[in-house]
Design a binder for this molecule. Structure first.
Ligand SMILES: *Cc1c(COP(=O)(O)O)cnc(C)c1O
Ligand SMILES: [Zn+2]
Length: 423
């Protein structure tokens, strides 16, 4: 079975060994789990079928407008739910408050299931149907699961989801509503991941897991292709991303690298990876010049559940994304993540979940410490909607001292309202 029309090989990110793009290949057999594979393409041929002027004429607003750059055959059906094509929102008021020249927010909360993970699951489902797999499985802190379950509901494919029993209620409700088989695993994401891996070995299901399946990161790169295209192919100075497993930032790197390799853009943006202080594997590795391939797992604990990871599965790609673009790793406190939710929502209209607010908390630190300048053109990715974690949003609102005005209808009500609004 072949892969996408233009895939040439899978290359190990650790030992550089090359493998044919065959069915069922996940990580490098020599390097084991750390040996994530990179999907390589024939850019010379892609350049003949895909170019900015073709794209300008394309009526497909979804991520599949970049199909020649994705590991899915042309004839493979994609999900009826439309993934991608999210807005790049100008956030002038927020830029003013944070002190940057220009700030735009890539609003991934507008995806069909509410997070950027839809891009990855769309590719996983297309690959599974191309490979004739009946059951697709993943372990997830919530959003990857919702993406797989929701998109599978749109195609009729069967999804089995392993979620930590600590996942926010809204996320679990979403999975159950999509009628996936939901397995709540006692413990954290890493416990769910291990159980899912065992199930894949036992039952031979299609494995969508982040950092294992080389194709899912390819879906994530379409967010960068969209950003570049929405910027008229003039890439921003810096892009800020929240990092858990490191798969999104790795995908963002790949997308900008694809655009550069094809000559659609003339440089790379600096990539800034933002992690919660309680889940700072990558930040700590960078600070202490530790090798991410051998650094032992940490014990992650953060309110931003979507970026909580003991051992980032895509740590090799994530480390390269930051170091090769002259970016930086930034650590942010949970309180600052939560406070960023009403800050971003109130000054831009984009409502992020905690993990999606983290890049803005990181941007604030980057400005204060001079990592980005007052004239810089910044894009921050709001990776998921605030509706996913209402409790997190309420805590952010309380930290900001933001309160509703309580009124009892009656003669004084509007007078009290006037007084309340002056506060
Ligand atoms: C998954 C996720 C992230 C982090 O992506 P990684 O690939 O795990 O680094 C950030 N924000 C949201 C909303 C997510 O769902
Ligand atoms: Zn290898």
């Amino acid at each position: 079975m072949t892969t996408g029309d233009y895939v040439t090989e899978l290359r190990c990110t650790v030992c550089s060994a090359s493998y044919p793009p065959a069915t069922g290949r996940y990580t490098c057999p020599t390097c084991g789990e750390v040996g994530t594979l990179d999907v390589r393409y024939d850019y010379a041929t892609i350049a003949k079928v895909l170019a900015p002027d073709h794209l300008a004429l394309s009526t497909d607003r979804s991520m599949w407008r970049y199909r020649a750059l994705l590991p899915v055959e042309n004839s493979t059906k994609v999900t009826p739910l439309e993934v991608g094509g999210t807005p790049l929102v100008r956030a002038e008021r927020l830029a003013g408050v944070l002190g940057v020249g220009r700030l735009r927010i890539k609003d991934e909360g507008r995806q069909p299931t509410g997070s950027l993970k839809d891009r990855a699951s769309a590719v996983a489902l297309a690959r599974a149907s191309q490979e004739g797999a009946d059951v697709i499985t993943t372990a997830s802190t919530g959003n990857a699961a919702a993406a797989l379950a929701g998109l599978a509901a749109s195609t009729g494919q069967r999804a089995v989801i392993f979620v930590p029993d600590s996942a926010p209620e809204a996320k679990v409700a979403q999975l159950l509503a999509y009628a996936a088989t939901v397995v709540l695993v006692e413990g954290n994401y890493d416990a769910a991941f291990r159980l899912c891996t065992e199930a894949v070995e036992r039952f031979g299901w299609y494995n969508r897991n982040t950092g294992v399946n080389p194709y899912v990161g390819e879906g994530k790169k379409t967010v960068a292709l969209e950003i570049a295209e929405q910027c008229g192919w003039r890439v921003p100075d810096a892009v800020f991303v929240g990092v858990g497993d490191g798969s999104i930032i790795g995908g963002v790197h790949k997308g900008f690298a694809d655009a550069l390799a094809l000559g659609w853009t003339d440089r790379m943006p600096r990539l800034f990876g933002v992690q919660a202080a309680g889940s700072d594997f990558m930040v700590a590795a960078a600070e202490q010049s530790e090798d991410v391939r051998t650094k032992p797992p940490i014990d992650a604990d953060t309110v931003a559940d979507s970026i909580s990871a003991d051992l980032p599965r895509d740590r090799v790609k994530a480390a390269a994304a930051v170091s090769e673009t002259d970016g930086a790793w930034i650590r942010v406190q949970d309180e600052d993540i939560l406070s960023a939710i009403p800050l971003v929502a109130g000054l831009s209209g984009v409502f992020p979940e905690p993990a999606a607010a983290a890049p803005f908390a990181g941007l604030r630190i980057a400005v204060e410490s001079g990592m980005v300048g007052a004239d810089d053109d910044i894009v921050a990715i709001s990776t998921g909607t605030g509706l996913k974690d209402v409790a997190g949003a309420m805590r952010g609102v309380e930290l900001g001292g933001i309160e509703p005005i309580h009124l009892t209808p009656g003669a004084d009500a509007l007078k009290l309202l006037e007084r309340g609004m002056k506060r």
